[in-house]
Design a protein around this ligand. Structure first.
Ligand code: ATP
Length: 268
């Protein structure tokens, strides 16, 4: 039903509606899980509070993430249904310029869904997709869910794992295994955001293309310059800045009780 609705480009929330429509379409195709739709709603709520823009702290985290990816020996991008639905092309582009592997890793694992995600990634240009079916033959002991299954040629041996949209338990397990975890998560309070090595508090639809651009820009820099960027990075400060932005925005809005210009007009 929703898929048949045409979104008017002049609609004030056209972008957000377009992403919702896409997720519903990919839910129907078996790519996105039911819980993925709920997770997106939670993300949207935080995006609203953050002002739906890439903030300065997200740019600092993107730079640290780009430098970390460029210095890594064996980077892997972990992909779930929502990321495949929203940013498959960006994932493939980023994997190409960082020489990262792409691995499907799902909380609600089923071979059918893994294959559906692999198809989306291949259509976006991926030549190799790890973690599908029997390929995910290794296990991370500390995790209870199906996400403990990983590809022995991917996440298991990675030094850096980019996890756009992750669950807290797995971030913690990956960090405990000595891996650097780069998370993209709109909720600065989530366990993932709190436990990751680098947290990009931004929407994946903005963060993934931005990350590719910054990797491109930094790819000409020396190892020393990249190391300097990562050594200066403080994830605690990033999270604190994200929470402060929400507080500042809410304090300002709380003073007037309005935020949309037409409400202000009507209330005059
Ligand atoms: P955790 O286990 O990390 O404490 P959770 O249980 O809320 O968190 P999940 O449901 O596994 O997390 O994942 C959803 C997370 O992804 C939420 O924190 C949500 O804010 C975030 N999220 C959803 N959509 C997006 C998006 N488009 N861009 C960035 N983050 C998003």
């Amino acid at each position: 039903m929703t898929n048949e609705v045409k979104i008017p480009t002049e609609h004030p929330r056209a972008k957000s509606l377009k992403h919702r429509k896409r997720l519903v379409e990919f839910f129907d195709k078996g790519v996105v899980a039911q819980a993925g739709l709920i997770a997106h709603g939670r993300g949207e709520a935080f995006d609203y509070l953050l002002g739906e823009k890439t903030a300065n702290f997200a740019i600092r985290a993107l730079e640290a993430a780009a430098a970390t990816l460029l210095m890594s020996e064996y980077p892997v991008i972990s992909v779930n249904g929502n990321t495949a639905a929203l940013v498959a092309t960006d994932i493939v582009r980023l994997a190409r310029i960082t020489e990262a592997k792409i691995e499907v890793n799902l909380f609600y694992r089923s071979t059918k869904r893994e294959q559906a995600i692999e198809k989306v990634l291949r259509e976006a240009g991926a030549t190799k997709v790890l973690g599908v079916g029997e390929d995910a033959s290794a296990e991370i002991d500390e995790i209870g869910s199906e996400r403990r299954r990983v590809d022995p040629k991917g996440i298991l041996i990675a030094d850096v794992v980019l996890v756009p949209l992750e669950d807290g338990d797995r971030s913690e397990a990956l960090v405990n295994m000595g891996k650097k975890v780069i998370a993209i998560d709109l909720n600065p309070l989530s366990r993932t955001a709190q436990l990751a090595t680098i947290t990009i508090v931004d929407n994946i639809v903005r963060a993934m293309p931005a990350l590719t651009k910054i990797v491109d820009k930094l790819s000409v820099e020396s190892k020393e310059r990249l190391a300097e960027i990562t050594s200066r990075f403080d994830n605690g400060k990033i999270l604190s800045d994200a929470i402060s932005l929400i507080r500042r925005r809410l304090s300002t809005l709380a003073k007037s009780g309005t935020h949309l210009s037409f409400v202000e007009m009507n209330n005059r």
